[in-house]
Design a binder for this molecule. Structure first.
Ligand code: NAG
Ligand code: NAG
Ligand code: NAG
Ligand code: NAG
Length: 534
């Protein structure tokens, strides 16, 4: 049969491995066309039919622990018959708990599992061999009081530091689009906070539970909704990606289409303060501007950005809802740097008082995760920060809906691109037709990177799609060159947009989607000729 033959030849030659085609059918994306993958990457759909898979973490045995929002935590045993023949062998419900909605972490020894609701962070003892947790129905509560009154952003992203073992970061967004509660540091709103969870008694009956707003310490604040949080593996710098405000006007002009930009913020290297009032706290810990100031993305759109002045990409500006009348209530930790907002100085007060983004991304693209990975392209000084963009709703032309990467200098631990760059994203996987989004598009959320048992070149990127209920896996097989990033207009803007689509291999029963490199295309063509001869 032609398709099987093509598939077998492509896989066999690319991977130098025999793969029995009949054991390796990929599920089909339901209701959306095959996505496009960058040349140098391969992608494959591994699982479908999950309930809002948001975040994922890999356990010590290579199992996937997936948060299905509104359901709980599900363990997927992955059958690996050699790339790309990855499939789900077994599905096990680990924690049945309907208010788990996004955050998940695993201790470095793999024996404690953490997950969050909109209010609390819980933990369970976890056994990767038995695929089970203890005390499923009565976890420890480690942190509480994260609920936003009146609802609003409900995810509480978790990050366990690998540089400072025992320190857990939890990110809490705003209660509404412009939440003036975030101006008061003591509210805990729109903050990333860190907690020392190394005490084994924490959360035991009758023992300490952290109060989110008042305990731990500040990694950053003035962050509208920073859903992705990660630790740069070389320097230990903490980076987050922020979802910025909707429907913004400035001096009466509606500028929402292309500003504010989404942000990547830098919070310094994680430090554990010796006391909450000490001066050796987080080197960052600063206020990133929300809700007083937002970051400029594109000033050249119509209508053009009013009173541009000296503002450039990433500069923070005031807007019609800037809460001038509300005092900026600094944190006790950062009060030495804090000054009251001077309402008459407008944009100047933004640059005087707040930490600008390290990078700015197109408006409303909705970055939801960031995961670092050493690039496998042979340049040891290069690290990639993979970022998922869930996609826009507050824009006439849809934007985002893709997996991208930011190239980091791993020696310096910072992005290669300058802070005013409009070219910092290298797109990895995207939808063919943005005008069909969100309906007929994949919408990525959580990521995990694993190395399939230690081999650097076997590194895989797992990606959740909460809208379609899918799990994708990708692998880097070639170079990623900095500077060929995407714009957000049109299809993709990068030179490889047409280079290596997910090739469609037709089968009588349907289609298989499989990303292949140029070499295997040649092989596949040869395969067709061979088939014609047969
Ligand atoms: C949560 O907040 C309430 C009201 O301020 C307080 O009584 C309670 O002790 C807090 N919970 C924790 C774990 O600190
Ligand atoms: C900014 O908007 C203009 C006008 O729509 C467009 O030509 C340009 O490519 C945009 N720039 C970026 C970086 O998106
Ligand atoms: C506020 O800004 C105005 C205009 O720049 C300046 O004259 C005034 O001194 C500033 N006030 C404070 C308290 O800094
Ligand atoms: C890596 O960084 C070091 C120190 O900055 C530099 O000396 C070296 O040339 C770099 N190597 C590559 C492959 O860029």
């Amino acid at each position: 049969m032609l398709p099987s033959l093509l598939f077998w030849l492509s896989s066999n030659v690319v991977q130098g491995r025999r793969i029995a085609a009949s054991t390796c059918p990929a599920p089909e994306p339901a209701g959306y066309p095959a996505p496009v993958v960058r040349d140098g990457y391969e992608a494959r759909l591994v699982a479908t039919g999950l309930k809002k898979p948001r975040s994922v973490i890999i356990d010590s045995k290579g199992g996937l622990l997936v948060v299905e929002a509104g359901k709980g935590i599900t363990h997927l045993t992955i059958k690996n018959d050699g790339w790309p023949c990855l499939s789900v062998e077994k599905t096990t419900s680990l924690v049945s708990m309907s208010d788990l909605n996004h955050g998940i972490e695993l201790s470095a020894d793999g024996k404690t599992l953490y997950a969050s609701t909109s209010n609390s962070v819980y933990s369970w003892p976890y056994d990767a061999d038995a695929i089970s947790v203890s005390n499923e129905k009565s976890p420890k509560t480690l942190i509480s009081n994260m609920t936003n009154v009146g609802g609003g952003h409900s995810t509480r992203t978790l990050l366990l530091s690998r540089k400072q073992p025992g320190i857990l970061l939890a990110s809490r967004g705003s209660g509404s689009n412009i939440d003036n509660g975030a101006t008061d540091h003591s509210s805990g709103i729109s903050q990333i906070r860190a907690f020392d969870i190394s005490d084994p008694n924490l959360g035991s009956p009758g023992s300490k539970v952290y109060d989110y707003p008042s305990e731990g310490w500040t990694i950053g604040w003035g962050l509208r909704n920073s859903v992705g949080v990660a630790e740069e593996p070389n320097t230990g710098g903490i980076y987050s990606v922020e979802n910025s405000a909707d429907g913004i006007k400035r001096f009466g002009v509606d500028i929402h289409e292309d500003s504010p930009g989404e942000e990547m913020n830098y919070h310094g290297v994680l430090r554990v303060p010796s006391s909450s009032s000490s001066s050796d706290n987080q080197e960052g810990g600063g206020n990133h501007g929300y809700p007083y100031c937002l970051a400029l993305w594109n000033s050249s759109t119509t209508p053009s950005f009013p009173s541009l002045g000296e503002l450039k990409v990433g500069s923070q500006f005031t807007y019609d809802s800037t809460p001038y009348s509300l005092p900026y209530l600094p944190s006790p930790e950062t009060s030495p740097q804090a000054k009251p907002i001077n309402i008459t100085t407008s944009d100047t007060s933004c640059s005087d008082n707040f930490v600008p983004p390290r990078l700015t991304f197109p408006a409303h693209t909705a970055p939801l995760d960031i995961k670092f990975s050493h690039s496998t392209n042979g340049n040891n000084n290069q690290t990639l920060a993979y970022i998922t963009f869930h996609g826009s709703w507050d824009r006439s032309n849809p934007a985002g809906y893709k997996l991208s990467a930011v190239v980091f200098d791993s020696v310096k631990g910072e992005p290669v691109e300058a802070s005013d760059s409009t070219n910092s994203l290298v797109d990895i996987m995207w939808n063919q037709d943005l005008s069909k989004c969100p309906g007929s598009c994949f919408r990525p959320v959580g990521l995990a990177v694993d190395d399939a048992g230690g081999e650097e070149k076997e590194k895989r990127i797992w990606m959740m799609d909460d809208d379609k209920g899918d799990i994708w896996v990708l692998r880097q097989v070639g170079d990623v060159n900095s500077g060929s990033g995407s714009g957000e207009n049109g299809a993709n803007g990068d030179s490889d947009s047409a280079a290596s689509p997910m090739r469609m291999v037709m089968k009588r029963s349907g289609a298989e989607w499989f990303g292949v490199g140029p070499f295997s295309v040649v092989v596949a063509a040869l395969g067709s000729m061979l088939f014609a001869l047969l």
